[in-house]
Design a protein around this ligand. Structure first.
Ligand SMILES: Nc1ncnc2c1ncn2[C@@H]1O[C@H](COP(=O)(O)OP(=O)(O)OP(=O)(O)O)[C@@H](O)[C@H]1O
Ligand SMILES: [Mg+2]
Length: 347
């Protein structure tokens, strides 16, 4: 008896996408099914190339198909199509999802997290843009080592480019030693222009690095474009956490989903001595995430290599992808991407 398509699809409909909690057939993830004798070939189209649980899907699919009599060989190809935030379509913007990186307090590592999250997502194969929305203190150009001046083409601004990312920052347009003394309305129009007039090329994710606090830039941004979600960065100690809670409350008011909390500058283990130093304490980020009922995304250690990477314009995720800090950024990237798929597909 030849194996039928229906049998295969039925078997695969018992395989769940673990994050979404729905079966891969009903999610339309199975494509290009071919059956030749005992050999079954098909493609699984993931909702993000950064899918953290591909192994689980692979194992479950093979296990279900092995129960079908006559199946001798299963060959799965992998592909991905990131679902777009439906609220963004029809807005005349060129990106599928927006992720704001924010904190209540300054200097906790928003820009470091934005840059490394963006590079990590790009490393998974996703297309990624990075918008520096810190008009008064644009640090993204330094952290990515870009000093180009974006040029206009066909009424669009061509963004900077580094590590696979399209990047826009006011820092490209203003000399680094010159302060920007703009009032609210000018910030508003600059951010709007960056969102609509830059040739973003429709990336899967646009990461937005925010200035600290709960001020003009945040409000402008939330009013200018729907935010798919926000990542809140905090350091582990209580004083930073109090500010992070304020940041959370702001997103709640703005009705923006908080994708999770990143604890930055956490305990660092010296690879030479094995000694662990908790400069800013530890565990606060997780406690806060639990208290607020949002996902805890992970702790990035206070690692001299992270700082050097920032100063030299070579993010640790690109320079030392195997370093513990880079691995954490990769995990955060995968979790954030998965969370966005859940948000987009459950609406
Ligand atoms: N995990 C880390 N380990 C070591 N240094 C770090 C780490 N995270 C950030 N830094 C360093 O701390 C400094 C501040 O980080 P960053 O600029 O990312 O913070 P920020 O929250 O964006 O600041 P601002 O509020 O001014 O925008 C930078 O010099 C950066 O390289
Ligand atoms: Mg910053």
């Amino acid at each position: 008896m030849p194996i039928t398509e229906q049998q295969v699809m039925e078997a695969l409909s018992r395989v769940n996408e673990p994050e979404l909690g729905r079966n891969i057939v009903s999610l339309g993830m199975v494509e290009n099914l071919k059956i030749a004798g005992g050999q079954v070939d098909f493609t699984i189209v993931l909702t993000t190339p950064a899918c953290p649980l591909t192994d689980v899907i692979d194992r479950d699919a093979k296990s279900e198909l092995s129960k079908l009599p006559g199946v001798t060989d299963v060959n799965i190809q992998w592909d991905s199509r990131v679902p777009a935030d439906m609220r963004l379509s029809g807005q005349g913007v060129q990106f599928k999802n927006t992720i704001a990186v924010s904190s209540g307090k300054g200097g906790v590592g928003k820009t470091t997290v934005s840059v490394n999250l963006a590079v990590a997502l790009a490393q998974t194969g996703a297309t990624v843009g990075l918008l520096d929305a810190d008009i008064y203190g644009p640090n993204v150009p330094i952290m990515l080592g870009i000093d180009s001046i974006p040029k206009p083409r066909d009424n669009k601004i061509i963004p900077g480019y580094a590590y696979g990312l399209r990047v826009m920052s006011i820092g490209f347009l203003v000399p680094p030693d010159q302060p920007i003394i703009w009032r609210g309305p000018m910030i508003h129009s600059a951010i709007r222009q960056f969102l609509t007039d830059v040739d973003w090329g429709n990336p899967d994710y646009l990461i937005i690095d925010l200035p600290p606090g709960t001020g003009d830039a945040q409000l402008t941004l939330a009013q200018s474009v729907p935010l798919t979600g926000a990542v809140i960065v905090t350091t582990p100690q209580e004083v930073a956490l109090a500010d992070a809670v304020k940041g959370f409350a702001m997103f709640e008011k703005l009705e923006v989903d908080v994708l999770g909390i990143v604890e930055n500058m956490g305990p660092y283990t010296d690879p030479k001595t094995g000694q662990t130093i908790s400069f800013f304490g530890e565990g606060g980020g997780r406690r806060m995430a639990d208290r607020l009922g949002v996902p805890f995304l992970g702790t990035v250690p206070l690692d001299p290599n992270v700082r050097v990477g920032g100063d030299e314009g070579t993010p640790i995720t690109a320079r030392h992808p195997d370093a513990p800090a880079a691995q954490i950024f990769m995990k955060i990237a995968r979790d954030v991407a998965a969370r966005i798929s859940v948000l987009n597909l459950s609406e």
